[in-house]
Design a protein around this ligand. Structure first.
Ligand code: FAD
Length: 279
C-alpha cells in the first residue's frame, strides 16, 4: 500500500489504481501519461517483463474511453543490457500502441544513452507513422543539433530542462544557461515543426513562452507536468483550452521516485514534513 504521503506523486501500485487516477484527472480535462516505475534493469527478463506490462496496460487503455497514453524509460526496457534489447522491447510496446491507438512516449535518461535512444525513436516513429514521442533535454549542449536532425522526423518531441547531472563538457550546468537553452530550443521547435511539441516543464515562464510562440508560428503544442506538481495550474490550463497532460507514475517501485521528488524542491520536502507531523 502506498502511504498517503507518497500518493500525491504516485498514482497507485496497480493498473486499476492508476486507471482510477486517470479517470479523476480526465474529469478535470487533464489527460494522463502513465509510467510504470522501474529503471536500470540488468536482466533481460526484468526488461521483457516491463515491456509485457506496458503491452497489457496499452491493451487495457485501448479498451476504455480514457484519455491516457504511456511513457517508458530506456533503462527499464534494457538499454543498460544492450541497445538491441532496448530496441526490441520498445518495438513491442510501440506495436501494441499502434494496434490499440495508444500513444507511446520515451523518456530520456543519462547522456550515455542519448544516441541509442534517439536512433530507436527515429526508426520506430518513422515506421509507425509518428506514433512515438521522444523526450530531449535542454541542458545537453548537443540538443540543438539533435533537434535539427529530428526536424523532419514524424512524432512528438517533449522538451525538458534535464534531470541528470552531466559534466560541464557536455552540458550546461548553470541554471540560467539551461533556461536560455530551453527558450532557444523551444523557439527552434516552433519554427521547424508543424506540431507535436510538448513543453515538459512546471516553469510558468516556459509555459507562457510556448503560448506566445504558438501564436507567432501557428504550431500546436501541449503542456506536460508531473503528478503532484502545480496541479491547480494543470487544471487551469486545461480549462483554458491548452492540451494538458499529467505524467503519473504507478507501480510497486514507488519509494525511490517519491524520495527524488521530495529531495528536488523545498516545497515538496515541506509537504512531506507537514504530512508526517500532521500540520
Ligand atoms: P524548474 O527549473 O525546476 O523550476 C522553474 C520554475 O517552475 C520554478 O521557479 C517554479 O516557478 C516552477 N516550479 C517548478 N517545480 C515546482 C513545484 N514543485 N511547485 C511549484 N512550482 C514549481 N527529465 C529528464 O531528464 N528526462 C525525462 O524523460 C523527463 N521527463 C519529464 C516529463 C515531464 C512531464 C516533466 C514535467 C519533467 C520531466 N523531466 C525529465 C524532468 C525535467 O528535466 C526537470 O528536471 C523538471 O521538470 C524540473 O524543471 P522545470 O522546468 O519543471 O522547472
Amino acid at each position: 500500500m502506498i502511504p498517503p504521503i507518497a500518493s500525491r506523486f504516485v498514482a497507485g501500485e496497480t493498473p486499476a489504481a492508476a486507471f482510477d487516477h486517470v479517470r479523476r484527472a480526465n474529469e478535470d480535462g487533464v489527460k494522463v501519461i502513465l509510467n510504470l516505475l522501474g529503471e536500470h534493469y540488468r536482466e533481460r527478463s526484468a526488461a521483457a517483463a516491463d515491456a509485457e506490462a506496458y503491452v497489457s496496460l496499452i491493451r487495457d487503455i485501448g479498451g476504455t474511453d480514457l484519455d491516457a497514453c504511456v511513457s517508458v524509460k530506456p533503462s527499464q526496457l534494457g538499454i543498460d543490457i544492450g541497445d538491441d534489447v532496448f530496441r526490441e522491447n520498445l518495438r513491442r510496446v510501440v506495436e501494441a500502441g499502434d494496434e490499440h491507438g495508444v500513444f507511446v512516449w520515451c523518456d530520456m535518461e543519462d547522456a550515455d544513452t542519448t544516441d541509442a535512444t534517439l536512433d530507436a525513436f527515429e526508426e520506430l516513429t518513422r515506421e509507425f507513422d509518428g506514433g512515438v514521442g521522444q523526450c530531449v533535454q535542454a541542458n545537453l549542449r548537443r540538443t540543438r543539433e539533435d533537434l535539427d536532425r529530428l526536424a523532419d522526423v514524424p512524432g512528438k518531441i517533449r522538451l525538458v530542462k534535464g534531470a541528470y547531472d552531466e559534466p560541464e563538457s557536455i552540458a550546461y550546468t548553470d541554471k540560467a544557461d539551461v533556461n536560455e537553452a530551453y527558450r532557444e530550443d523551444l523557439e527552434f521547435l516552433f519554427k521547424e515543426r508543424e506540431g507535436g511539441i510538448a513543453v515538459g516543464s512546471h516553469d510558468p515562464k516556459m509555459v507562457s513562452l510556448a503560448a506566445e510562440l504558438s501564436a507567432e508560428y501557428g504550431a500546436d503544442y501541449e503542456v506536460q507536468m508531473l503528478m503532484g506538481v502545480r496541479e491547480d495550474e494543470q487544471r487551469r490550463l486545461a480549462e483554458e483550452g491548452v492540451e494538458t497532460w499529467q505524467y503519473a507514475p504507478y507501480g510497486d517501485k514507488w519509494m525511490s521516485y517519491f524520495y527524488r521528488r521530495v529531495r528536488e524542491r523545498k516545497e515538496n520536502a515541506l509537504f512531506a514534513l507537514r504530512a508526517v507531523v500532521g500540520v
